[in-house]
Write a protein of this length. Structure first.
Length: 421
């Protein structure tokens, strides 16, 4: 035998031929290898037969049963088998199942957290970030973003965030919902905190749709701030951080016109410190870094706020240094950063309405010299002016001052009106 290298028989030379004397065991093995099951039809394996009831389904290019049902009214010879299963239809036309609209909301703060990673972006930030981690609380819709340089930081950032929630809000998250990314796989940490980790199916971002939709919201506001300020694209990290700050403080109809900040902290946010992103400002210089004749302020640009400081994040327009200062004078109506000629959004305009209405707290504008409208007056009847009002006289009792007690007052007469002697 060529495969097993075992002798299968002896051959005797008989009239120029070799007559083999095979072993019975070898014949049995060969017979089993050549055995064909009677259930296998060689004709069916080489030719595919179409059932008669499915001919019209195949003739019409695997049309759906609902279409065939309508065709029966016009062509009675058409037959439909509603209980048949066609593999070709599934192979060729199957789509993903639709998702029902979810209106469920967690009953309390931090009962459910949605986490997801956005990135990488082609242009790193000024500090080298290429990703950001988004965390959304399902009950309050408060959102946090954490800038990342690589996905390797995610595990540490998630653990630090949960510890911060426990310390600052006295809550331990009950459930965390993420995708199948390995960076979110922390089974030992979750079990030590009693946290349930829910993961969405592969290529099914709809199961974690709230944080996916929040990505779109953050990027929409961030792009608007970046275009407004005319800053280069590497400052996208500051635009997204400030966008998140604003989103958390703007009322939303999902929360019955409350802001996420109100839902989380049970108080109204203070808007007095809000400034226009990218606006001109002047920050006081440090006394240790200046001489008697040095400038007392740095011409800067507003980039937002940061945690842990009661100050503003600023960009020095001369040195391009990013620093934090509290002693800042703002000129919010000026956007000082020069336009980039290569940017398609370098020159933008804002067209107010013809008659913008000032806010209630703002002083009303002074009337013009000609208050009449330019259009003709429809009512041509003569307009009679109102009668003049009588002069207002005081009813208070008048008393003569003490220094006039020695004088006789109000007794003189006008000589011009007196009669001649």
């Amino acid at each position: 035998d060529v495969k097993s290298k075992r002798m299968i028989g002896l051959g005797n030379h008989v009239e120029g031929l070799y007559k083999l004397q095979l072993d019975d065991s070898f014949l049995t093995v060969q017979a089993n290898n050549l055995y064909v099951s009677p259930s296998i039809n060689t004709t069916e394996s080489s030719h595919q037969l179409i059932p008669t009831s499915a001919l019209w389904h195949f003739r019409l290019g695997h049309v759906s049963n609902s279409r065939l049902s309508h065709m029966i009214k016009l062509y009675p010879s058409v037959f439909v088998d509603h209980k048949a299963v066609c593999d070709i239809c599934h192979y060729a036309k199957q789509r993903k199942l639709p998702f029902s609209l979810s209106s469920s909301i967690a009953q309390c703060k931090f009962a459910l957290l949605h986490l997801d990673i956005w990135g990488p972006i082609a242009i790193p930030s000024v500090h080298g970030h290429r990703y950001f981690l988004t965390i959304v609380d399902d009950h309050t819709r408060f959102v946090w973003i954490i800038l990342l340089k690589s996905k390797a930081e995610v595990s540490h950032k998630v653990q630090s965030f949960i510890l911060m929630i426990e310390n600052q809000h006295q809550f331990t998250p009950k459930t965390i919902r993420t995708d199948n990314g390995p960076e979110f796989s922390l089974p030992s940490f979750y079990s030590s905190k009693g946290i349930i980790h829910q993961k969405s199916c592969v290529e099914t971002p709809q199961q974690n749709g709230r944080v996916e939709r929040k990505h779109q919201h953050i990027l929409n506001v961030g792009r608007a701030l970046l275009y407004q300020s005319k800053l280069p694209k590497q400052y996208w990290s500051y635009a997204l951080l400030h966008a998140t700050f604003l989103i958390n403080r703007v009322p939303t109809p999902i929360l019955h016109h409350l802001s996420p900040y109100q839902k989380l902290y049970d108080k109204v946010p203070d808007l007095n410190t809000f400034k226009v992103f990218g606006s001109l400002c002047f920050a006081s210089t440090l006394t240790t870094h200046r001489t008697k004749l040095d400038p007392r302020a740095r011409k800067s640009l507003f980039l937002g706020y940061t945690n842990g400081f009661k100050g503003y994040v600023l960009l020095d327009l001369n040195s391009k240094e990013i620093f934090i200062s509290r002693h800042v004078n703002f000129h919010e109506h000026i956007l000082p950063y020069p336009s980039q000629p290569s940017s398609p959004t370098a020159n933008w305009d804002y067209f107010p309405s013809s008659n913008p209405q000032p806010p209630p707290s703002a002083p009303l504008p002074c009337p013009t010299d000609n208050p009449l409208p330019s259009s003709p007056i429809i009512d041509s009847s003569p307009i009679t002016p109102p009668p003049p009002l009588p002069p207002r006289t005081s009813t208070r009792i008048k008393h003569k001052p003490s220094h006039l007690h020695d004088y006789i007052c109000t007794t003189s007469t006008d000589s011009s009106n007196s009669s001649p002697p």
